[in-house]
Design a protein around this ligand. Structure first.
Ligand code: PEP
Ligand code: MN
Length: 333
């Protein structure tokens, strides 16, 4: 439910209404827009008499939200959410580019790539320390050592770091991590979503499951938000379809649709969406053109020898050219 406040209402009246809602075990979330103030209501509303709220002097109208996702719903929060990733903003006109290797392999590899992507204009560094691999025999990531190397690369470059959390038991190792990635395979790990949402307010990069509908993606965001963390970024990384020519099928049309359904920023991953390094550039440019709030791109100094996802990894030179084209498209728009 959202409560639209009358324009002439003063701050004290709004405070009184918030106190009334809290007394009914409802958590009021206020959004002050340029023209309108609204209060989104979180909690069990089944016993609330909406007529009583509607009758209050301060209230213009009350709207029920029909969709099962509430906190993530655009109706609940009409303004774009801007997620602050340790100073790097994404959403509401702020565009961010997260770049780095699929997985952290060594200090030399990671720090070298971090410096190169920073020089090209990336705003955050990615790198997996805990890797969700299809095969148990494949490289599983360096774990705690990978996180130590990410911290080192952050110190060297100043870039905030983005890395995947697979198991909540590792959360204490993530103190220096700026954005926690929840991978496609864990998008519906509801316990992990609840744990991470209640433990931290750090930004969460939530990747769309490979067969997840947008409603399911938003319900997963809702788990994190309802647990106490409003700082969620949605990531389209391609879905599985009948087409096998590409690693995944990029569902680029979801960018404007998600912007209509939700106020959360939308980041596109052209690397996992295509599986081929040569396709990353045109797809990244298309994502910027369609209005994505950010990109996450895999970059490796030596793709043929990468321990993971070499075929889709750009070299630092390719990435620098892509950054130039993204900047051109963004300024043209
Ligand atoms: C990744 O970003 O390296 C990754 C494993 O992504 P996804 O969860 O989208 O497959
Ligand atoms: Mn990868």
């Amino acid at each position: 439910m959202v409560i639209i406040i009358k324009r002439e209402a003063d701050a004290a009246q709004v405070e009184n209404l918030k106190a009334l809602l809290r007394s009914k075990n409802i958590d009021p979330v206020v959004t002050k827009g340029e023209r309108q103030t609204i209060i989104g209501c979180v909690g069990d509303l089944s016993h609330l008499d909406t007529g009583v709220i509607e009758a209050l002097d301060v209230v213009e109208s009350v709207q029920r939200i029909q969709e099962p996702y509430k906190a993530a719903n655009r109706k609940f929060h009409p303004e774009d959410t801007v997620v602050d990733c340790s100073g790097v903003k994404i959403g509401g006109g702020h565009f961010g580019v997260i770049a780095g290797p699929c997985s952290v392999e060594s200090e030399e590899q990671l720090v070298g790539i971090a410096q190169a992507v920073k020089a090209a204009g990336a705003t955050m560094l990615r790198g997996g320390a805990f890797k969700p691999r299809t095969s148990p025999y494949a490289f599983q990531g360096l774990g705690a050592e990978g996180l130590r190397l990410l911290s080192l690369a952050k110190k060297e470059t100043g870039l905030p770091i983005v890395t995947e959390l697979m198991d909540f038991k590792d959360i204490e190792l993530f103190n220096d991590v700026d954005v926690i990635q929840i991978g496609a395979r864990n998008m519906q790990n509801f316990n992990l979503l609840k744990e991470v949402g209640s433990y931290t307010k750090k930004p969460i990069l939530l990747k769309r499951g490979m067969s997840a509908t947008l409603k399911e993606l938003l319900m997963s965001a809702e788990y994190v938000m309802a647990s106490g963390n409003p700082n969620v970024m949605l990531c389209e990384r391609g879905i599985r379809t009948f087409e096998t020519a590409l690693r995944n099928t990029l569902d680029l049309g979801v960018v404007p649709l998600l912007h209509r359904m939700s106020h959360l920023p939308v980041v596109v991953d052209p690397s996992h969406a295509t599986g081929y390094a040569y396709m990353v550039d045109p797809v990244a440019v298309a994502a910027a053109a369609i209005g994505a709030d950010g990109l996450i791109i895999e970059v490796h100094n030596d793709p043929p020898h990468a321990k993971c996802d070499g075929a889709q990894s750009q070299t630092p030179d390719m990435f620098a050219k892509t950054m130039e084209r993204i900047n051109k498209i963004r300024s043209a728009l």
